[in-house]
Design a protein around this ligand. Structure first.
Ligand code: KG4
Ligand code: ZN
Length: 332
């Protein structure tokens, strides 16, 4: 079954054709990221305007690169939420119109569910249920127990900032660039992760929640103190700070996720979302968990439409275009 996926929940306009949930026939991602780099964060209005321009060309490209005609697509899938409302509307309304005109079944997909299915793409050994799933991105940091396709239980998540958002805000504060995750990861390679003692908020709490706003405040206070002393060069200081921030965020993610796996006696963990591209997170999660940890390939960790088409295949529940709304609170 060939599914045409559409993903427009943040700054990307992504389309893809995936066969039977695993084989990518095409995957196109147009990003307006450079336009947001200047401000150090996504400007929703600019993202949505760029998506309006990009959506039809990227749809045409995905179908052409798959070597298909629209008529040979079996179904369509679209991210309905969560995400930026203006951005989601571009993808959802385009999908609804095409579903009506082409008379194709349309499957609405939750963006977080999509991130899990990135691990099924081009993977001969996809994850085995039951799973503890950590979705960690610019907008989310959530832990789920997923017993099989379509059965999700939310265990906990961030009470304030998402992990990716913390990377982005800290990188902006240190002047390291945007997006912050890759910038901090890059700077960390030259820093010492034990240089400063940063807090790991909620790490010992008896739940699956996270909180990163206190970490941000701790970094700001520390930088103010360090600047008044001016002991080492600014660039060396930033490398150390980057390494310490990364270590603190990764520790919280690793400890809480592994604890969930231990409490529910689950042998398999999946880490999905943009922050799953972080190498320190990958290494620590694998070395500290006695079971198996699955990550999507880094290129599928960041937002794409192939994961949306894959999620639709494994959770195939088409809905009439008349009934699909953006940001509705349906998980699968
Ligand atoms: O999943 P994603 O592409 O978009 C959302 O759904 O939010 O995630 C984007 C987030 C950004 O906050 C970015 O800084 C972070 O993922 N990110 C990383 C890395 N690559 C991307 N964070 C840490 N280390 C990375 N290597
Ligand atoms: Zn995402």
């Amino acid at each position: 079954m060939k599914i045409l996926g559409i993903e427009t929940s943040c700054d990307e306009t992504a389309t893809s054709v995936v066969e039977d949930g695993t084989k990518i026939l095409s995957s196109v991602v147009a990003s307006s990221l450079p336009l947001h780099a200047v401000s150090g964060g996504i400007i929703p209005e600019i993202a949505a305007r760029e998506q309006l321009k990009a959506i039809i060309p990227v749809l045409e490209t995905a179908i052409r690169e798959a070597g298909l005609k629209a008529a040979s697509i079996d179904a369509m899938a679209v991210t309905f939420g969560p995400g930026l409302i203006g951005s989601l509307l571009v993808g959802v309304e385009t999908a609804k119109a095409l579903s009506y005109v082409w008379n194709k079944p349309l499957v609405p997909v939750n963006h977080l569910v999509g991130h899990l299915y990135a691990t099924w793409l081009e993977n001969d050994a996809p994850p085995k249920f039951p799973l503890i799933v950590l979705i960690v991105s610019g907008g989310h940091t959530e832990i789920f127990l997923v017993t099989c396709h379509g059965y999700w239980k939310h265990l906990g998540g961030t009470r304030d900032d998402a992990a990716g958002e913390t990377f982005d805000k800290m990188a902006r504060f240190l002047g390291l660039g945007y997006p912050g995750g890759p910038a901090i990861a890059e700077s960390s390679t030259k820093g010492t992760p034990t240089a400063y003692n940063l807090p790991r908020p909620l790490i010992d709490s008896n739940d699956y929640d996270f909180s990163f706003s206190g970490l941000k405040t701790a970094v700001i206070n520390l930088v103010n103190k360090l600047n008044s002393k001016n002991a080492i060069s600014k660039s060396r200081q930033n490398e150390n700070l980057a390494a310490c921030i990364q270590e603190a965020i990764v520790d919280c993610l690793v400890v809480k996720t592994i604890r969930a796996a231990q409490i529910f006696d689950i042998k398999n963990i999946v880490v999905g979302g943009g922050v799953a591209a972080n190498q320190t997170l990958r290494t620590k999660m694998i070395s500290e968990f006695t079971g198996k940890v699955y990550f999507s390939a880094p290129k599928f960790s960041i937002d794409n439409a192939a994961m949306i088409a894959s999620a639709a295949f494994f959770n195939y529940k088409p809905v009439s275009w008349k009934k699909i709304e953006v940001n509705a609170q349906i998980l699968v």
